[in-house]
Ligand binder design. Structure first.
Ligand code: ZN
Length: 274
């Protein structure tokens, strides 16, 4: 499932394609993509809009228009945004197509159809996003005291707290496990029982694991693709995620898998003590 590194990689690739371009025509074939809004109505509203910038907040891709409106795209499980060769040919999972005023097209593909497109008016955008998404973990203003403040209120396991998008934006199942391994913190530790040094380590672990993911253009376990159809390679360097039974690179203890907050969770039983 795309997390911050995957969505950020898509943003960096698709921003130069979209910025300054006008949406000539828009076709949305799947009513689930825009519900409860009617998909044909949303498509008509998007036609004629010119893109001013493509931003990201947490796992939301935010296509901002010169009109002040914005299209919020959430890829959820299996969504991808494609351009060039990736947007051509037959594809039974293509849900929407945007024809741009330079003659190129951007396609939205989604196998499981949990992704969403939401068109917001100028005065709605910030409030909508702020209500759902916490601080950006890679922003210069994000300090470990911000993480400490949100964890102090939580008795849930630290892993569950990190998965809450209001704690820190964009961290999902993969990068939460990677961050906790880097921090040497057990995923079941109650969030509010971490001491200041441990919170600092988690703060740094989150940043380092997300940055590592972005450097390798995200992780392709199954469906995630870059806009040109190619795959990310972060999965080749995972420290714990999906590595049950393989040796920890720090201490050689076999990585263990448990369930936390209903999610498969990988950790090193020796480096990350309960
Ligand atoms: Zn270890």
């Amino acid at each position: 499932m795309p997390e911050l590194p995957e969505v950020e990689t898509v943003r960096r690739r698709i921003a130069p394609v979209l910025e300054g371009r006008r949406f000539e025509s828009v076709t949305i074939d799947d009513p689930r993509l825009t519900r409860p809004e009617d998909q044909e109505e949303v498509a008509r509203e998007l036609e004629g809009e010119r893109v001013s910038a493509v931003h990201r907040r947490g796992k939301y891709l935010i296509v901002r228009f010169e009109s002040g409106r914005a299209l919020l795209i959430h890829l959820r499980m299996t969504g991808s945004v494609l351009h060039g060769a990736g947007a051509e040919g037959d594809d039974p999972h293509r849900r929407a197509v945007i024809e741009l005023d330079d003659g190129s097209r951007v396609a939205y593909r989604d196998v499981r159809r949990f992704g969403t497109w939401l068109l917001l008016e100028p005065d709605e955008v910030e409030a909508y996003v702020d209500a759902r998404v916490g601080r950006e973990p890679l922003g210069p203003a994000y300090k470990s005291r911000h993480l400490a403040e949100s964890l102090a209120k939580r008795r849930a396991p630290i892993k569950a707290a990190l998965l809450d998008q209001r704690t820190v934006a964009g961290v999902g199942n993969i990068y939460a496990d990677e961050a906790l391994w880097r921090a040497r913190v057990h995923p079941l530790r109650p969030a509010n029982e971490l001491d200041a040094d441990e919170v600092k380590a988690v703060h740094q672990g989150v940043r380092r694991s997300l940055e590592a993911g972005i450097r390798r253009q995200g992780s392709t376990l199954r469906d995630y693709r870059l806009p040109d159809g190619s795959s990310g390679s972060a999965q080749e360097r995972f420290k714990v995620y999906g590595r049950a039974g393989l040796p920890c690179e720090r201490c050689s203890t076999p990585i263990d898998k448990i369930r936390v907050a209903g999610r498969g969770t990988w950790y090193c039983p020796s480096c990350q003590r309960l």
